[in-house]
Design a protein around this ligand. Structure first.
Ligand SMILES: [Ca+2]
Ligand SMILES: [Ca+2]
Ligand SMILES: [Ca+2]
Length: 327
């Protein structure tokens, strides 16, 4: 395992070195298939390096929510539910430059099955965070302070609800198969970032577009040993060695860069997840994979895991300071 890890790091270093040579003031040009890092003024983070801000896919949350977001609403469709949470538009608030998503301790049995559901907030963008091409990478960053699935300790699932930052178009549909889902923060432990890739293979209509279960493609959690089998010869570097302390007490920036790079003489799709500018997971997929090429909506949500109540104190609120997309 150590040898493989070293090899992966060496591959990544090779990529990093290649990109750094293209920064302004350096002489070596990039191969034509490489993203033109440094070619345009860009963001200040490694996620956005060399890319231009994409205003139409960004929001500082300093004005009321415009048409670039839809609020999830259980009254519109009972699809808008997660575990013991039901999504209500009034649980979404924009105030003092922040998008706040609440869970309130006002449960009722909305579906009549004898269990209580709690009103919660979630939004999905109407814009797409663009996918990457051979010429252009894509980055989305979200500044957020969430609530964790896990408060008391790393092996205690004591809260049963959590906030999430992810890319997907909901509901899934047959014509968008395999409906890739990229979870920048699938769920959230107080001191760990949990990232995941899923697909939703939808049956043809008239069956519901979102199947009952999704496919777990891969995942990575900081601060925990890697639980997945990495494919041979492909970059899959989950930084299980990183410790971040309590992530719930202040704002942190979570990001995902998607790009098509040349590594070891081949073209590859590369997904790099970030926490405060630090790469936490670098995952290779094929250059044509929809995980890297497809535009996807951004979803900011409270999520629930049945069974049981949300646990611990109320009100719970996930605060989002901004969303910034670069392309
Ligand atoms: Ca803001
Ligand atoms: Ca119920
Ligand atoms: Ca893996």
């Amino acid at each position: 395992m150590v040898t493989r890890r070293t090899t992966l790091r060496a591959s990544l270093l090779a990529i990093a070195v290649t990109i750094s040579t293209a920064l302004p003031g350096r002489a070596d040009p990039l191969p034509s298939t490489m993203p033109q890092a440094g070619a345009a003024p860009g963001g200040s983070s490694p996620c956005s390096a060399g890319l231009k801000p994409l205003k139409k896919a960004s929001d500082e949350f300093d004005k009321p929510l415009a048409k670039r977001w839809q609020r999830y609403d259980y009254a519109r469709d009972d699809f808008y539910k997660s575990g013991e949470l039901v999504f209500r538009p009034e649980m979404v608030e924009v105030k003092a430059g922040r998008l706040n998503l609440y869970i309130r301790d006002e449960p009722s049995d909305v579906d009549g099955d004898g269990t209580l559901e709690y009103p919660a907030g979630a939004v999905e963008s109407t814009f797409a965070v663009p996918g990457a091409s051979t010429r252009r990478a894509s980055c989305v960053e979200v500044r957020t302070k969430g609530f964790a699935a896990n408060v008391a300790g790393s092996n205690v699932w004591d809260q049963n609800v959590f906030s999430a930052v992810w890319l997907h178009d909901r509901p899934a549909s047959f014509d968008k198969n395999p409906n890739p889902e990229l979870d920048i923060q699938e769920f959230f432990e107080s001191d760990k970032q949990h990232m995941a890739l899923h697909t939703w293979e939808s049956p043809p209509p008239p069956a519901p577009g979102t199947p009952a279960s999704h496919t777990q493609v891969d995942n990575c959690r900081t601060g925990r040993s890697d639980q997945t089998v990495d494919p041979d010869g492909m970059i899959d570097d989950c930084r299980t060695d990183l410790a971040f302390g309590d992530l719930t007490t202040e704002m942190h920036t979570f990001g995902l860069r998607r790009e098509i790079v040349e590594t070891d003489g081949r073209e590859a799709g590369l997904l790099t997840f970030y926490l405060d500018g630090q790469p936490t997971w670098t995952k290779e997929v094929s250059a044509g994979s929809p995980f890297v090429t497809e535009g996807r909506h951004l979803i900011l949500s409270a999520q629930g895991n049945p069974p049981g109540g949300p646990g611990l104190s109320f009100p719970k609120v996930a605060e989002h300071d901004w969303v910034r997309t670069y392309h």
